[in-house]
Design a protein around this ligand. Sequence first.
Ligand code: ARG
Length: 463
Amino acid sequence: MGQKKEIRLRSRFTQDIADSVMRYVASLPFDRRLYKHDIQGSIAHAEMLAEQKIISPRELTQIKKGLQLIQLEIEQGKFQFKPELEDIHMSIESRLYEIIGAAAGKLHTARSRNDQVALDIRLFARETAQDTINVLIKLCSALVNHAGRNIQAVMPGYTHLQQAQPVLYSHYVLAYFEMFRRDIDRLEDYLKRINVLPLGSGALAGVPYPIDREFVARKLGFSSVSANSVDAVADRDFIIEYEAIAAIAMMHLSRFAEEVIIWSSKEFGFIELSDAYTTSSSIMPQKKNPDVAELARGKSARVLGTLAGMLAVMKGLPLAYNRDMQEDKQGFFDTAYTVISSIDVMTGLVASLQVKPARMKASMDSYILATDIADYLARKGLPFREAHDIVGRLVAYAMSQKKELNELDIKGYKRFSPLFKEDVYKINADSSVRARSSYGGTSPDQVKLQIQKAREILRKYEA
Ligand code: ARG
């Protein structure tokens, strides 16, 4: 037998694959971006094979040189991707044959494409999770800086999108810091859980060679090796879990985007977006549109759709590998790109936001202080439930008189309770936020404390 210079996988067939089938089953158009991870994994695998004397040192040298050359070819745009080679794994292996000849055939010893693809995409997932953490840290830092710069502005806080109680704008912004910080925590936890090497599982049953999986794990920075070969090639939890974390992060981003859209409207006018982060209208020259925020809100829908799609791909599959699983990639790549770019652009938007404290203040009527007035009576010894009832009637009376609460004279107040004194007029939005000094509350002191703590957390992340 002479040395074969190409991979032949169809020796049992008498017919060539149909062109339409070849195109249909191919993942090369989208999995070529895994070339680096594939080569990285192959080099670690080959080094292990040599270490275990399954291939010779000479063969290892040839394989490594060949793979490094292929990486260069791909990066310089000189690599010829051939559609008939189905995926990136076959494309690289086939090119290796052309470059180094027979030794290339030894690379796939003790390996299957099933554990190979599981490895490649896991390497990609690890990298992507880290990139996502990095952009989230920047977003968190932009939010904290923005809160710090606008610490005093008081805005109406809402429940049911009805004015509820005054809050510091900075406190409101820090709520988003908390959400994104949880996303970072989730990703860090995720990284620990997925850092398991699947290679060495073979097609599904393990391999009949004296391989050293720990060696490969060390080379590739995995903290452990998978314990069950069937699970290792059938598992896509690590993709679904990233997509789930991404969906939650995008849900957070989308809620923030929604605030930005509402707040920048004429009716609210709480903030102004910088020109660099707005778009114009093709017909209405006066328009300054918050398209960036709208797209973040819109793209979040696709990200959470991808999660649902991938769960659907997996839920009916018998173990172990099924070709359905090739459908994991496009959604995963798309989600990774969408999440990272959305967070990145929204970070720039946050940094450029202009806050309009006067507009915030003007948007509040006096009724937003009703709870404070009830608390005023409660502090004077009235049970809170009674105080609530009294202030409810006081508000109804003021409304019937078409008056704000601070426009009622003291007699007006005393009609409802003798506990009302002149000092009731001291209640305003500022006193309201100042009073809410419980831990985690909106008083300026509490918010300053949380900004300080947030900065400490960010310093740890950035270290
Ligand atoms: N392109 C395939 C995928 O992305 C690689 C694994 C193929 N394995 C197989 N037995 N056909 O899932």
